[in-house]
Unconditional design. Structure first.
Length: 278
């Protein structure tokens, strides 16, 4: 029961819990880092289990339960806070030189202002038209729950994915708090289309779209290296290499860059499989 692989899985769970805690401390960027660390442990536990020959049904269930917290509940709270921040960013625009301390305080200030409006009926900028909007973020753990349960019983997903895997959607949602915290000093001068993308309604639509993508029959390539498929392995290794190189250059913008490459590779992989079957 308490083998190395399962202990690594438990570290994934702990990272998810830390991410949620960071959200309620106003430190959304650290919440993202905790999710990324959880993704590392999620990859490591499967790798170690295969290498040591300790794969089991128990480990599979533990993995899904941990993934629900780290890649479902934690991103749900991330986007919950981001939607609250997206309702009104006037305070941020009026501040001349916001720093990290200001950002943490700003997140908590907006959250407690929302709490006062929603639960204590104190009139403020969070009126009836928007104060319930952040709850849309709870669609993320809702669909993640069904995605993970379906994955456990779907024999077609041993070497590829059908629907967006939960770590992928978690990374997509992580982009928004990372970009926001990194550009808050110049937020007032950001392009209008960028500011509109971080509007509460835009974020709510993004949550709905990518949450439902987890359960839709969208074929995606797995990055798992398989001994019997050398050509596929070359494509996967190339994608991993390019992704690793892009991070120091593009920083937070490497997330959409890597995801774009991954989607293109998945389309190519899907077309190739279809041709081979014909």
């Amino acid at each position: 029961m308490f083998n190395i692989a399962n202990l690594l899985t438990s570290m994934n769970l702990i990272c998810g819990m830390l991410s949620i805690l960071f959200c309620f401390c106003g430190q959304l960027n650290f919440a993202v880092y905790a999710i990324f660390l959880g993704a590392f442990f999620d990859f490591a536990d499967g790798f170690v289990a295969r290498k040591l020959g300790v794969m089991s049904d128990l480990g599979k269930q533990l993995d899904s339960l941990s993934d629900l917290i780290t890649f479902g509940v934690a991103p749900g709270f991330l986007m919950f806070f981001m939607i609250i921040l997206g309702i009104d960013d006037s305070t941020l625009n009026e501040t001349s030189s916001p720093n990290q301390t200001f950002y943490d305080y700003y997140v908590l200030q907006e959250f407690f202002t929302w709490v006062n409006a929603t639960f204590h009926q104190i009139p403020n900028k969070f009126d009836a038209s928007v104060k319930f909007l952040p709850f849309i973020a709870f669609l993320i753990p809702f669909f993640a729950l069904f995605r993970l349960a379906k994955f456990n019983i779907d024999t077609r997903q041993t070497s590829s994915f059908i629907g967006f895997p939960t770590p992928l959607t978690a990374i997509i949602f992580s982009f928004f708090p990372l970009y926001f915290s990194g550009h808050m000093k110049s937020w007032g001068s950001e392009l209008e289309i960028v500011q509109l993308s971080f509007d509460c309604y835009s974020l709510a639509v993004i949550v709905i779209i990518f949450s439902t993508f987890m359960v839709l029959p969208i074929p995606l390539m797995s990055l798992k290296i398989e001994k019997s498929k050398s050509r596929e392995n070359q494509l996967k290794l190339f994608l991993i290499l390019i992704s690793a190189i892009s991070i120091p250059f593009f920083k937070v913008l490497s997330i959409p860059f890597i995801l774009t490459l991954y989607f293109i590779a998945s389309i190519y992989h899907s077309i190739k499989i279809t041709k081979d079957e014909i």
